[in-house]
Design a protein around this ligand. Sequence first.
Ligand SMILES: Cc1cc2nc3c(=O)[nH]c(=O)nc-3n(C[C@H](O)[C@H](O)[C@H](O)COP(=O)(O)OP(=O)(O)OC[C@H]3O[C@@H](n4cnc5c(N)ncnc54)[C@H](O)[C@@H]3O)c2cc1C
Length: 528
Amino acid sequence: MTEPLDRTALLARLAEPRTWDLAIVGGGATGLGVALDAAARGFSVVLLEAHDFAKGTSSRATKLVHGGVRYLAQGNVALVREALHERSVLLANAPHLAQRLPFVVPAYRLWDQPFYGIGLKLYDALAGARGLGATEWLSAARTAELLPGVMRSGLNGGVRYWDGQFDDARLAVLLARTAAARGALLLNHVPVTALKRDAGKVTGLSARDAETGRVFHVAARCVINATGVWVDAVRDMDRDPGTPARAPMVAPSQGVHLVVDRRFLPGTHALMVPKTSDGRVLFAVPWLGKTVLGTTDTPRDDLQIEPRPLPAEVDFILGEAARYLERAPTRADVRSVWVGLRPLVKPSGDDGENTKSLSREHTVLVGRSGLVTVTGGKWTTYRAMAEDVLERAMERGVLPRRAGGATVRLPLLGAAAGRPLAEPPGEHGYGSEAEVVRRLPGAANWLWRDAESGRGGLSEAMVRFAVRHEMARTVEDVLARRCRLLFLDAAEAARQAMPVAALLSEELGRAVPTAEFVELAKAYGTAP
Ligand SMILES: Cc1cc2nc3c(=O)[nH]c(=O)nc-3n(C[C@H](O)[C@H](O)[C@H](O)COP(=O)(O)OP(=O)(O)OC[C@H]3O[C@@H](n4cnc5c(N)ncnc54)[C@H](O)[C@@H]3O)c2cc1C
């Protein structure tokens, strides 16, 4: 059901005097997953996002739908098994935005091939019937054939295995729209500014429409804090005046990705380096017509909405790429750099709250006030995390009991087999909704076409669809998260700011600024 979503009507619903079953703070993978699951179980749901859906960590992933080979190396079999299950659920429910992808591990030392091959066979075994393809040992010639561009000198062979990839920000918007189609009320650009408390219990929240400054008061039986690395700021809103601040739950660490042209790694396979010079995993992944290289893991003590890379992180990624690619990209070849913050959860504090790690990856905490905080985890497991959150809220009596499993077979809007995500973005990314896009004005008017491939691009109709159906409000909403141009080619995204703003103005009936976005694109386009 491709219904337009009109902001004035959505804000009018937010102003209605009523008590919602759930009010969710944060519109990343975690909050959106909870919104969809709760709406699918018949709960009334409101979700408020301070910026745009997936503006935080959820647009800055490596874009892998994966069981996590590295967790297998750590012996965390339960975690891998759960993620492999979720991988198959996501690929089935959103085949236009999440697909299987072959990976090759090139082997340069004699023992690399048997070592990684056996590990990856175990990965297959854990996936069982949900496996996406069998792991194979490859000769050196076959490795070079599947990974054109791989460093041939010293290549002994390789191992091919299968995992998944996706478009994170578009998936987030799709989760929001699918939840809205099930009756949930979701709004972007509405930061939550305070929690409402009565007799020590959280009973709702206050929020402000960033566009008009209008303040809203929302009553809810259960408030979920799904603000990723920012959960401690919301937990701090749940504090008696005069009492000391709680120990923070989250220690952020940042991950940098560099995007370069496909010519550095042409072909359809991703390259996986299981052990970099500093002992971590590195990927080179074909994605939307480009190659994504990443990532890093650097502790941070600030929580900016737009974190920037350190020169040493860029050096590290380029240095590793030079070890594995025949033609090593340089700083001048970098089309875009983006940085995501990982919420690493600290061990339980001693403030009397009950912290329960449902897995090593994500943590759900129900405060004495009834505030439910969830953080950590990964995109791949957002659906299982949502089930955990609702289970915990029901367990603690914050929500009435309703059976789970509602989202296991719940196709997202437009679900239809699509072209490979390795290809440049275009109408095919809309699945069965491509028809709706094509019927909008300007379907044949291309603002941008992918120069390297001559295919895909951004049409005027896609911008109109972003405003009418996907809740885009700003140039950045369109060029960063509805179409991923900022993440693919920041200089090109800056060039598109004016034409996109003109279309937004036409659709929204007001002037739309570009200066802030152009500055942002400049930052994304500069590898320090
Ligand atoms: C570098 C990197 C690579 C990754 N790669 C992968 C991968 O390949 N595969 C995978 O499965 N996982 C990956 N992950 C993990 C995955 O991206 C995260 O687990 C997931 O995106 C976290 O989502 P979230 O909703 O919890 O947080 P976020 O996406 O950060 O969402 C929190 C939201 O809360 C909003 N917010 C904050 N304060 C307020 C407020 N007061 N009012 C309203 N809203 C507020 C923020 O604006 C933000 O949008 C990666 C993570 C990183 C850092």
